[in-house]
Every structure is written in structure tokens, then in C-alpha cells.
Design a binder for this molecule. Structure first.
Ligand SMILES: Nc1ncnc2c1ncn2[C@@H]1O[C@H](COP(=O)(O)OP(=O)(O)O)[C@@H](O)[C@H]1O
Ligand SMILES: CC(=O)N[C@@H](CCC(=O)OP(=O)(O)O)C(=O)O
Length: 293
């Protein structure tokens, strides 16, 4: 699209109220493995994050990488098994999860952000005891239930202008490593930081009234709606932990949570710097919401 110079200036000034709204505010972005697959979209996500950081938004990137873990496990001769959306994780799998999330993906995202002109530092949940965990359920092995989040390493980095990039492996005092679902970790981190927004990126339009009908997007739900959507079975599969995490984050003080369609180019900027949305917003009480942004 070719814009004239005055149209460009117009676009920028229209973003001004949103820039003011988010200036110096914490926004946690959860970037999941399925949304990472397309290289062009990934570059755009990185550009959006760097832009937000440069205009003074305190962006925390929390990433997953489920498909890459599955792929690496397969290469090592291990098949993956999931129970209620969580990967059954024996000791060896936990090591491979740490390798893929804290090593490969975390460093690759830091590299991408820096290639776009951002300054980023990667952390795992082990660093600075950021994510403390214990075994969630014996049957799942080393899948972590978060017991504490120590946000100091994140706030220190934000204060110095870095984009913290967090991989979701947890630790305990005995030196065990736990595999933690990235949506869950993002919700806890956003809650602990009292974030203005949690944006969880996925590869579907948002919450759909009929999951097989892409035109049935529900643009906004509140906690009461979520209960009803669970009860009526509208939400199933991978959307269950996602919506549970949205509620968890809201209950811990996050103002708004967005389940964002990561397939839309520059979805993050559209969501944050325009009055359009690209996904489902989850709020505490819809009756108190008059404006999307
Ligand atoms: N009501 C619903 N609306 C949208 N997606 C739904 C719904 N119910 C179930 N789903 C499923 O949840 C999936 C999203 O969860 P998941 O694949 O785990 O996301 P991610 O990998 O991005 O974290 C969708 O692809 C869809 O198959
Ligand atoms: C316990 C558990 O299931 N952990 C996840 C961690 C990665 C993740 O959550 O990645 P996505 O956001 O890409 O799904 C896993 O092993 O796949």
C-alpha cells in the first residue's frame, strides 16, 4: 500500500492516544509454537514487539514451542503424549524441553528481536528463580505447577530498557526442572506484574461460537460468559487451558487479556494501537467495558 506523506503522518498521529495509554505500562505477550511456524509472520511479530518497546511500552515476551519440542523428541526416538493439553514429561523429556525452550527457541527469539533493532535478554524460569514450581500431578511427571513467580529479574531488565524473553521451564530448591505450559506461565507472570495487558497469540481467530466456523468469532467475553462457554461445551481442546489462563490472569489483577489471531499480519499493533481488534478480549465484567482499547 502506497501512502502519501500526509497519510503516513495521519496514521502515526491516530496512534498517539494509544501510545500514551500504554507508555511505561507492562504488556505480556505469549507467543506460542503454532504461531511461530510462518517465517513472515514471525518477522512481523518481532517488528511489532520492537516497535512497542521503542515507544516506551514495557513488553515481556513469554514463549512456548510445543511443536519444536515434539519434533526434537521424535528425532531422539521419543513419542509425545498429552493429557488434557499437557505433555507427559519424564526426566529425559524435561531435559529436552529445557534444551529446546531455554536454549534453541529462547536464543533464536532474542536474535530475531535484536536483528530488528531491539535489545533483548533471554531468561528461563530457572534464572533468578523466576518460576518456582512443584510436580503438578504424578501421572504427568515433571510438569510444573507454579508455586511462586519472582519478577525481580524481569523488572530489572525492563528498567534498563531490555525486552525480557522468558522460556517457561520452572525450578525448585532441589534442582529439579519442570516443564510448564507457556499460557499458564504467561498468566502467572502477567498477574505477578499487574500487567496492563496479556496478549496470548494463537493460530485461530479467537474464541469461536462454533470452532469449525471461522465467521463465528466472539469479540469479547467476561468471566461469567467464560463459565457458560465451558458449561455448554463451546470451548474444548487447547482452548480450555488458554481460557483458564485468561481467567487466572484477570483474577490476579491483569486488566484485559486478548486471545489474538497470530495469523493476521501485525496483529499486535492492530490490537494495541488502533481501535480495531483481531481476536477475543477477555475482561472481568463486560458491563464495565465501553471501549475495546
Ligand atoms: N470455541 C473454540 N474457539 C476456538 N478454538 C477452539 C474452540 N474450542 C476448541 N478450540 C480449539 O483450540 C485450539 C487452540 O488451542 P491450541 O492449539 O492449544 O493453541 P496454541 O497452540 O496456539 O497455544 C484451536 O485450534 C481449536 O482447535
Ligand atoms: C506441560 C506442557 O505441555 N508444556 C509445553 C511447553 C511449551 C508450550 O506451552 O508451548 P506452546 O505455547 O507452543 O503450546 C510443552 O511441552 O509443549
Amino acid at each position: 500500500m502506497n501512502l502519501t506523506n500526509s497519510q503516513r503522518a495521519e496514521v502515526l498521529t491516530q496512534a498517539l492516544p494509544y501510545i500514551q495509554k500504554y507508555y511505561n505500562k507492562v504488556v505480556v505477550i505469549k507467543y506460542g509454537g503454532n504461531a511461530m511456524v510462518n517465517e513472515t509472520l514471525k518477522q512481523q511479530v518481532m517488528e511489532d514487539i520492537v516497535l512497542l518497546s521503542l515507544i516506551g511500552v514495557k513488553v515481556v515476551l513469554v514463549h512456548g514451542g510445543g511443536p519444536e519440542i515434539t519434533d526434537m523428541l521424535r528425532r531422539m526416538g521419543k513419542e509425545s503424549r498429552f493429557v488434557d493439553g499437557l505433555r507427559v514429561t519424564d526426566k529425559e523429556t524435561a531435559e529436552i524441553v529445557q534444551m529446546v525452550l531455554a536454549g534453541k527457541i529462547n536464543k533464536s527469539l532474542v536474535n530475531y528481536l535484536e536483528a530488528k533493532g531491539g535489545v533483548a535478554i533471554g531468561l528461563s524460569g530457572i534464572d533468578g528463580h523466576l518460576i518456582e514450581a512443584q510436580m503438578k500431578d504424578d501421572r504427568l511427571g515433571y510438569v510444573g505447577k507454579i508455586t511462586a513467580v519472582n519478577i525481580n529479574p524481569i523488572t530489572d531488565l525492563l528498567e534498563k530498557g531490555y525486552i525480557p524473553v522468558v522460556s517457561t521451564v520452572g525450578c525448585d530448591m532441589e534442582g529439579n526442572v519442570y516443564n510448564i505450559n507457556a499460557d499458564t506461565a504467561a498468566a502467572y507472570i502477567a498477574g505477578a506484574m499487574g500487567a496492563e495487558r496479556l496478549i496470548t497469540m494463537t493460530d485461530i481467530a479467537g474464541i469461536l461460537a462454533d470452532k469449525d466456523d471461522p465467521d463465528s468469532l466472539i469479540p469479547c467475553i467476561d468471566i461469567n460468559d467464560a463459565v457458560e462457554l465451558f458449561r455448554s461445551g463451546v470451548i474444548s481442546g487447547g482452548m480450555i487451558p488458554k481460557v483458564e489462563c485468561c481467567i487466572e490472569a484477570i483474577n490476579h489483577g491483569v486488566k484485559k487479556v486478548i486471545i489474538l489471531d497470530g495469523r493476521v499480519p501485525h496483529a499486535i499493533l492492530i490490537e494495541m494501537l488502533t481501535d480495531e481488534g483481531a481476536g477475543t478480549m477477555v475482561v472481568e465484567d463486560k458491563n464495565n467495558e465501553h471501549q475495546r482499547a
